[in-house]
Design a protein around this ligand. Structure first.
Ligand SMILES: C[S@@+](CC[C@H](N)C(=O)[O-])C[C@H]1O[C@@H](n2cnc3c(N)ncnc32)[C@H](O)[C@@H]1O
Length: 446
């Protein structure tokens, strides 16, 4: 459908930057056939109903009340209801209902309330200004506008607010991303400044303050993919846990234990709240509010040492989740030597898997294999293990033009945990910012 269609908002709304709802009013003439109410059931599913009747709108529907209860009006699309179509519809009615119905046209005044979201947006915006996407997180609609569309942000926000019944708040994502905690700076465009909301992902409920913590609904398949790999014999260390979209379903899958960490105190608050909200046994999870480097060097080191001293450790599999794609790779050297001086040697196999996320950005078009190679190189370089084999290189999503996100899964060899930390490595860790490590890693991007 296009702006030339009858059942389309008036062309005067094209390009408006302020929402004047009265501009959407339009008088239309819609062809109808009058049918006895008792016969409606016999034609409701007939092909002619699908092919020629109008699409359902807010107040206007393909079958509507007539003046009396005994009759109904079948409304036809005014743009396709030619004389030829009318004759074939008349013949179909004769065949199906054995009657020759009355045909006519009826006037309707369509208003802003009658046009659905798609019609409103398509009528206002052209190819260049059309929004690329918006995401709904509970009652919050979250826009990500291209520069060309910025001038239309208010009208767009107001339409989303009006047309999506669940939406109470509309925000625009600003360019700035909070560099520590990865949530977006945002601007309120419509509705109330209420950022605490609830969402569901694979049967679990997450409460969060979208203005203070990270959430990305596009990662739900990724959360599911990783959790599917886990079973009762797994111990999970989530280094950048956020509000728990890996940790909580992992517990639901009855893994042996989850240790979840995040540097953002508000994320940890919500993680704890979500444990309660989903009636998860708090004994199954320990939460930490530490820098990821400290979590690896102190908590993973301590817990791993503890498990390795237990006989039951043979059957355990350890999974470390590192979903901070802009920086996770730079945290990898922190694993070096974490068991140094704690465990002499290993009397059994250590199953220690790392799932490390990374962004790779190119400056020009490259094949996907190039992005994969860069991702692998980043991991090997950061760990200083040039021959490390990847168990899996998974493409998570295309973030934007020339920017891809991957999850690399690999087993860390036991002697990596025993290697003594050399001086330069200590310095990298002691500074607690990862710059020196980062310098060794090619093409990391935020
Ligand atoms: C991309 S989010 C991922 C959150 C969650 N795992 C998910 O999938 O939704 C990264 C998380 O890392 C946290 N973070 C950022 N820097 C950190 C650091 N140095 N140490 C620990 N956590 C950090 C942020 O607060 C954020 O919650």
């Amino acid at each position: 459908m296009s702006n030339d269609c009858t059942l389309w908002p008036p062309s005067t709304v094209r390009g408006i930057k302020v929402l004047d709802r009265s501009l959407f009013t339009k008088l239309v003439k819609i062809p109808f056939a009058k049918i006895p109410t008792k016969s409606i059931g016999r034609i409701a599913g007939a092909p002619l109903m699908k092919q020629w009747t109008i699409e359902r709108m807010n107040r206007i529907k393909p079958i509507m009340e007539a003046d009396t209860k005994e009759e109904k009006l079948i409304l036809f699309n005014p743009d396709t209801f030619t004389d030829e179509v009318k004759n074939s519809v008349r013949n179909s009615f004769k065949e199906l209902l054995e009657l020759d119905p009355e045909f006519g046209t009826k006037e309707f005044t369509l208003t802003y309330e009658d046009w659905d979201l798609k019609r409103c947006l398509d009528a206002i915006f052209d190819e260049n200004t059309r929004i690329s996407s918006f995401t709904q997180i509970g009652h919050i609609a979250h826009l990500n506008l291209r520069d060309e569309a910025l001038a239309y942000k208010n009208v767009l926000a107001q339409i989303l607010f009006d047309k999506l019944p669940k939406v109470k708040t509309v925000v625009n994502k600003l360019d700035k991303i909070n560099s520590n905690f990865r949530f977006f700076e945002m601007e309120l465009l419509a509705g109330e400044p209420e950022y605490i909301t609830e969402i569901k992902e694979f049967g679990l409920t997450y409460r969060l303050d979208f203005s203070k913590v990270f959430w990305n609904s596009r990662l739900s398949n990724e959360h599911h993919r990783i959790v599917e790999k886990l079973d009762r014999d797994c111990v999970v260390f989530d280094v950048f846990a956020g509000i728990g979209p890996f940790a909580l379903p992992a517990i639901k899958k009855l893994v042996a234990k989850v240790f979840a960490n995040d540097l953002n105190p508000t994320s940890i608050e919500y993680l704890k709240e979500n444990i309660k909200l989903n009636k998860i046994d708090p004994q199954r999870i320990e939460t930490y509010n530490l820098d990821g480097a400290q979590f690896i060097r102190e908590i993973i080191s301590e817990k791993l040492t503890m498990y390795l001293k237990e006989d039951s450790c043979d059957s355990l599999k350890f999974h470390v989740l590192m979903n901070l794609p802009a920086l996770a790779v730079t945290f990898l050297p922190n694993f070096k030597g974490i068991l140094d001086g704690k465990i002499e040697m290993l009397s059994h196999k250590l199953n220690f898997f790392v799932h490390c996320y990374t962004f790779i950005k190119a400056t020009e078009e490259k094949p996907m294999s190039w992005f994969e190679e860069q991702a692998i190189l980043n991991v090997r370089c950061s760990l200083d293990l040039p021959n490390l084999q990847m168990a899996e290189v998974h493409h998570v999503r295309t973030v934007s033009n020339l920017k891809e996100m991957f999850c690399l899964t690999f087993e860390l060899p036991f002697d990596y945990f025993l290697s003594s930390v050399n001086n330069s490595m200590k310095r990298q860790i002691d500074t607690e910012n990862q710059h020196e490590v980062k310098e060794k890693v090619p093409k990391l991007d935020s």
